[in-house]
Design a binder for this molecule. Structure first.
Ligand SMILES: NC(=O)c1ccc[n+]([C@@H]2O[C@H](COP(=O)([O-])OP(=O)(O)OC[C@H]3O[C@@H](n4cnc5c(N)ncnc54)[C@H](OP(=O)(O)O)[C@@H]3O)[C@@H](O)[C@H]2O)c1
Length: 276
């Protein structure tokens, strides 16, 4: 299937669903990614810290799909914050991927106590200006972190990739994104570890549409205007997760899923979480 796209604030297109790749490594990981690409995924989400950029690049090369069709995302780790460090880290990622161009480059975590995310952002702006990166964005940034970037550089991130699922719908942050033209990407969209897909509210919505609970949750993300990046290594589940464009949740169903709000999955508060 062809996954529909949406337009970022820099004019570039992004697929409305992507494939998370955390944990997909080695030949088995490449095979899983190739299966995903065959099903229609074109947005592949990785990070230097996932230690699988090589596998992502290999999957792109072996797929037989034109390079321009892909949106490859990778991320700057915390240990490489700073202007020069960001440029060097980007080159490390680019070498791992074996790609000339990275479609979307994100700052993985803000690390406000380290206090260098504005410097990193200035390096990302330079990378975009010299054409090595298509779009630049951030991950796990709060409204305050975003406001600081915008105020200090006048460049608004194209994307903020954040924890978002029925237990943590992020209404206030999504509103801020909307007001500033920032696309929301949802990580851990299925909240599998919280068993969200076996929740009776979710299963009731799924039954009403003759879809699986996972499909109901992915559809909820789409109707919130967020871009989910579910990870699956299994070709059948990958296809299931893409097959969400033939039904629509009602406003009541959307609200019932959002009512499951209970908090973050593992307490990764961007103001305090340190990940290097
Ligand atoms: N920016 C950040 O800080 C950050 C943090 C966390 C994650 N991420 C990104 O977000 C991606 C997704 O997050 P995630 O991997 O934590 O969680 P997720 O995508 O919500 O859930 C992945 C889990 O769900 C299972 N699954 C997938 N589809 C399923 C289906 N249709 N039915 C039943 N089970 C299904 C997968 O198992 P199988 O593989 O066996 O199908 C896997 O165990 C990551 O891979 C990564 O790219 C980013």
């Amino acid at each position: 299937m062809t996954v529909p796209t949406t337009t970022l604030n820099d004019g570039r297109q992004i697929p409305k669903i992507g494939l998370g790749t955390y944990g997909l490594r080695g030949e088995a990981g490449i095979a899983s990614m190739l299966a995903g690409i065959k099903s229609g995924y074109r947005l592949l989400d990785t990070a230097l810290n996932y230690k699988n950029e090589h596998e992502v690049g290999e999957a792109v090369r072996r797929s037989g799909v034109a390079r321009e069709e892909f949106l490859v995302t990778t991320k700057l780790p915390g240990r490489h914050h700073g202007f020069d460090e960001t440029l060097a880290s980007f080159e490390e990622s680019r070498a791992n991927l074996g790609l000339d161009f990275v479609d979307l480059y994100l700052i993985h975590w803000p690390l406000p106590k380290v206090g260098k995310f504005v410097e990193s952002w200035q390096a990302m702006i330079a990378l975009r200006e010299d054409g090595r990166v298509g779009s630049i964005g951030v991950s796990n940034f709060t409204e305050a972190h975003l406001a600081m970037l915008i105020e200090e550089t006048d460049v608004t991130p194209a994307v903020n990739q954040v924890e978002l699922h029925p237990n943590f719908p992020q209404a206030a942050l999504r509103e801020f994104h909307l007001a500033h033209g920032i696309a929301t990407e949802s990580w851990s969209p299925l909240a599998v570890s919280a068993s969200i897909t076996s929740n009776s509210i979710v299963t009731a919505v799924a039954d009403a549409h003759g879809v699986t609970p996972t499909q109901a949750v992915i559809r909820w993300h789409l109707q919130l205007g967020a871009i989910p990046i579910p990870k699956s290594g299994d070709p059948e589940r990958q296809r299931e997760n893409l097959d969400v464009f033939g039904f629509e949740l009602t406003e009541e169903e959307m609200a019932s899923i959002s009512s499951l709000e209970s908090g973050r999955l593992w307490g990764a508060d961007p103001d305090t979480h340190e990940e290097f």
